[in-house]
Write a protein that binds this ligand. Structure first.
Ligand code: PEP
Ligand code: MN
Length: 339
């Protein structure tokens, strides 16, 4: 439930409510907006049976929160969350571009890609060091060696770096190198990994599971938040449907749905959503028009030589062209491209 305080309720009134809830063994999440303070209650509500807060000083109304996710719920925190990583802001009017290869294949291709995406206007370099491949015989990633190349790319270009982790062990290693960890579609409901990502305190890019509902996705975000980490960016990357013309089916409506249910930023991955290079640009335009906070795009120096996801990867020139094509769309949608 949430307790909505009256406008201008005193901080003593808020503290009294907070102490009362905590003394009954529940947790409090305070959202101090410009107008009102909202006191969110997390935990077993039955512990508050017989406690009447309705008439306490400063209380306007008490509303139930029926969703199982609380900390990531918009009712708990009506203002949109803005996440700052390095010099990039994700959310609230900014448009963040993340780009890079599906997998880090070697030192030179990564550094070359980093310079190219930086020049085109990206703020984040993406690249997989631990690859969750369908076949165990496919390239599995360079692991820690790849992370070292990512760190070098960050030092060379100033880009923030984001890498997927697929296990507790890879999480432990990755936090030493990256600015943001990615939890991929296949691990969206790896609850142990989500909890550890929450404890690690590092910003998390949480991709939607292949067959996950929005409710399940937000509950996964709640796992991370429940460990004290609300620096979470959601990523819609397409879901499984009966359609085979594209690799997945982009659920574009996920953007307004998430906006109405959560305060977390949401970005779109047109690469994994479509699996087809030619569709990246129109889908990216749609993503901006619908209000996404950013894009994550696969870019490779030689897509036809790529060890993974070549058909959906853009060349450097194509990525540069994409960014300039998107600028007027971003302006129309009231977003500015991060510098
Ligand atoms: C990726 O971003 O490299 C990836 C594997 O994405 P997803 O988890 O969305 O399939
Ligand atoms: Mn990929």
């Amino acid at each position: 439930m949430i307790i909505i305080m009256k406008p201008k309720a005193s901080s003593e009134a808020v503290s009294k409510i907070k102490n009362l809830i905590e003394s009954n063994g529940l947790q409090v999440h305070l959202s101090e907006g410009t107008e009102v303070t909202i006191v969110g209650v997390v935990g077993d509500k039955s512990k508050l049976q017989g406690v009447n807060m309705e008439l306490m000083e400063g209380v306007d109304k008490i509303l139930p929160v029926t969703e199982t996710y609380k900390l990531v719920n918009k009712k708990f925190h009506p203002d949109d969350t803005v996440i700052t990583i390095g010099n990039a802001k994700i959310g609230a009017g900014h448009l963040t571009m993340m780009a890079g290869p599906c997998a880090i294949e070697n030192h030179d291709m990564l550094i070359e890609t980093a310079y190219a995406v930086k020049k085109a206007g990206a703020q984040f370099l993406r690249g997989g060091a631990y690859k969750p491949r369908t076949s165990p015989y496919a390239f599995q990633g360079l692991e820690e060696e790849g992370l070292k190349f990512m760190k070098e790319a960050r030092e060379a270009t100033g880009l923030n770096i984001v890498c997927e982790v697929t296990s507790l062990k890879s999480l432990e290693t990755a936090v030493k190198y990256v600015d943001m960890i990615q939890i991929g579609a296949r691990n969206m409901q790896n609850f142990e990994l989500l909890k550890e990502a929450g404890k690690a305190g590092i910003p998390v890019l949480l991709k939607r599971g292949l067959s996950a509902t929005i409710d399940e996705w937000l509950n996964s975000a709640e796992y991370i938040a429940s460990e004290g980490n609300t620096n979470i960016v959601l990523c819609e990357r397409g879901i499984r449907t009966y359609e085979t013309a594209t690799r997945n089916t982009l659920d574009i409506s996920a953007v307004p749905v998430i906006r109405s249910k959560s305060h977390l930023p949401i970005i779109i991955d047109p690469s994994h959503a479509t699996g087809v290079r030619a569709y990246i640009e129109p889908i990216s335009k749609a993503a901006i028009a619908v209000g996404a906070d950013g894009l994550i795009v696969e870019v490779h120096p030689c897509p036809s030589c790529a060890l993974s996801d070549g058909p959906q990867s853009l060349t450097f020139d194509q990525f540069e062209n994409l960014v300039s094509e998107l600028k007027p769309y971003a302006k129309l949608a009231g977003r500015t491209l991060n510098e």
